[in-house]
Design a protein around this ligand. Structure first.
Ligand code: SF4
Length: 259
């Protein structure tokens, strides 16, 4: 456990987390919506720093990234927690868990980079759960990895505030960003966050300002986000705001979790 980045103290020992657009106001002894940032004595702490739930040397295509060092190995790690609570989450066992999850292993950024090199991976991927809520560990590890000649990949919902994203972006080479639907109503009802705008903004900043290789994933859920109108609006945004060379993965829905 260590003090979190991006928070501010408020009156009455409360704190405001400024890491993601939920900007949770957290009473003493309570956690933010992601479950892994806690107000202890009027300070915000990250509870999942260096705690790894999942680890694998994956093909980069599994992230999915189809146009970033094809055929290479992405050393993939994840922890617990997420700032969204999608009813159809495919990794809900870890995304909706906290630091009491029984299968967490301790790791340091140095150990992760050493393992990635041992398995001859070209990149490190922060994936399986939302890397935003692992921010401090991802930032430190990606800096170290970059210095060792590895690439860094974020597999993310893009739901992060601009300031922390701009601090992390110089170390990130590629991202797969989930666009879960193209209507705020879906984000409110299914993903439990107010809107899609922050994810769109992250994608545009990543690609246009930082030159990060961006691919998008849109999981088609019959009747919930698959109308022709919605898919057309999504496609139009991709072409107009990110460019027609942006790879998009339309993936298939499988029933999971609460859907
Ligand atoms: S990172 Fe967690 S605690 Fe911080 S604003 Fe987002 S959901 Fe809330």
């Amino acid at each position: 456990m260590r003090e979190a980045m991006y928070w501010e103290p408020l009156e009455g020992n409360r704190v405001r987390c400024r890491l993601c657009p939920l900007n949770c106001i957290i009473d003493e002894g309570r956690r933010g919506s992601c479950r892994v940032r806690k107000n202890i004595g009027g300070k915000l702490y990250t509870l999942n720093y260096g705690k790894v739930s999942s680890i694998a040397a994956d093909p980069v295509e599994k992230k999915p990234l189809f146009h970033f060092y094809p055929g290479s190995c992405a050393f993939s790690i994840g922890t617990v927690g997420c700032n969204m609570h999608c009813l159809h989450c495919q990794n809900w066992e870890i995304s909706q868990a906290d630091e009491t999850f029984p299968y967490l292993e301790e790791a340091t950024p140095e150990a992760i980079v050493r393992l990635a090199k041992h398995y001859e991976c070209e990149s490190l991927a922060y994936t399986y759960n939302e890397p935003t809520v692992w921010y401090e560990f991802v930032l430190e590890t990606s800096k170290l990895a970059k210095g060792e000649g590895l690439k860094n990949i974020l597999v993310t919902n893009g739901y992060i505030n601009e300031e922390p994203f701009r601090e992390l972006a110089p170390y990130i080479d590629a991202m797969n960003i989930d666009i879960k639907a193209f209507r705020d109503e879906f984000y409110r009802k299914i993903s439990k966050v107010p809107s899609l705008e922050p994810s769109k903004r992250t994608a545009v900043i990543a690609k246009k300002e930082f030159g990060i290789h961006v691919e998008l994933t849109y999981l088609i859920i019959p009747t919930l986000n698959d109308s022709e109108e919605e898919i057309r609006a999504f496609a139009r945004w991709v072409v107009e705001e990110l460019g027609g060379d942006t790879p998009v993965h339309f993936s298939r829905f499988f029933p999971y979790y609460r859907l």
